[in-house]
Design a binder for this molecule. Structure first.
Ligand code: NAD
Length: 342
């Protein structure tokens, strides 16, 4: 059982269209947890995990970046939240841990990590079935192949649970997860929900394994297109002489309203705390948007679904990233407004 501070009674987390109460039924005491990938998202997620699991549990972290591991262990010692170890081997994490979370950049890294976990042969048996939760945004084909590689030889369960909310939500422990896991028994889904609740506030169970990454790519395809549409429309309105803030307020009370218009408006000064208002620093990197769009296009081709706007959007993101690498993806607006002024 997880202590009440970790999962306050009555805390709810969404599943499909239903919101359910969480009861800590499936997590063991004195368990060992693994976390692989201490990047911009993984580091704060692992920190929240360590703070919320029982003090008697152990967390083992792994990253190819040794400095990130050392910093993590030092910070955890200062915070005195409970035992933390690091290892230079993903296999060692998997051998010792019951629940293993991965947060890695691209499909190739997920393949690499699971190859190094599985290649040496069968993992030692634990009292309960091992659970791998991959929170990386990758394509459904890779996710299903890795799940098969884990599950076919009975090395544990593999669940895809990509996330939404960015670094701010990762730090605050308020991420939204969308996950794919077999619901044949129900116990697996409950266990996944309990674990995700340690790092986020919502978890959507979308169906069988692989549906989490499919859902995430569908969402981020909309985001990619909406971001361009808002940048184009704001640029157009401003060229017609409209006041940017008034135009944004009108759109946000009308049918054009969407996350890029309302929360991440691309015009500097329209939203005080948006990346656009701090020279497009922070936020959702244009490289990640480009990666997610490519994954969505590949997955759509694989399933035969047309994406009429994808090629144009992809070309634009490539052109913009070449000029503004590392900036928030709303920098598309600056690129378009600079062209209009030429
Ligand atoms: P990141 O590049 O900051 O971190 C990835 C970490 O993985 C790095 O610390 C890197 O050293 C480590 N790593 C790479 N290869 C490894 C290997 N073989 N073994 C062990 N560690 C390895 O990426 P991020 O921004 O934290 O994103 C992680 C995932 O979350 C990505 O799939 C991303 O698309 C997704 N995501 C990111 C955001 C965001 O705003 N940053 C939002 C939602 C989803």
């Amino acid at each position: 059982m997880i202590p009440a501070r970790a999962l306050p009674l009555g805390k709810s987390i969404k599943s499909g269209s239903h919101s359910q109460r969480l009861f800590s039924t499936s997590l063991r005491r004195d368990a060992t947890w693994g976390f692989i990938g201490l990047g911009r998202m993984g580091y704060p997620m692992a920190k929240n995990l360590r703070a919320k699991i029982p003090a008697s549990d152990t967390l083992i972290v792994h990253d190819v970046n040794e400095q990130a591991m050392r910093q993590f262990v030092d910070e955890a010692k200062t915070a005195s939240t409970g035992p933390v170890e690091f290892t230079d081997s993903a296999r060692t994490v998997a051998e010792k841990s019951l629940n293993i979370i991965t947060s890695l950049p691209q499909p190739v890294h997920v393949r690499h990590v699971f190859h190094s976990i599985l290649k040496p042969g069968p993992l030692p048996q634990l009292e309960q079935e091992r659970l791998f939760i991959d929170t990386s945004t990758i394509d459904p084909v890779t996710s299903k192949e890795v799940a098969y590689a884990v599950q076919a030889p009975n090395q544990g369960r593999f669940v895809d649970a990509p996330m939404s909310g960015g670094v701010v939500a990762a730090e605050a422990g308020t991420l939204s997860f969308m996950f794919g896991a077999s619901s044949k028994t129900g116990a697996l889904v409950d266990r996944v929900r309990e674990i995700l609740a340690l790092m986020g506030k919502k978890a959507w169970h979308l169906g069988e394994q692989g549906t989490g990454v499919s859902g995430k790519l569908a969402n981020n395809y909309i985001l990619a297109i909406n971001n361009i549409a808002v940048a184009e429309a704001m640029n157009l309105g401003i060229r017609w002489g409209l006041d940017p803030k008034t135009l944004a307020d009108m759109i946000n009370a009308s049918t054009g309203r969407c996350w890029p218009s309302e929360v991440n408006n691309p015009v500097p000064g329209v939203i005080e705390k948006s990346p656009a208002s701090r020279d497009y620093e922070g936020g959702f990197g244009i490289g990640l948007m480009r990666k997610d769009l490519k994954l969505a296009i590949d997955a759509a081709q694989e399933s035969g679904a047309p994406l009429e706007l994808a090629a144009t959007a992809r070309g634009l993101y490539e052109a913009v990233e070449d000029i503004y690498p590392g900036k928030d993806f709303s920098i598309v607006y600056k690129y378009l407004s600079d062209i209009s002024r030429r």
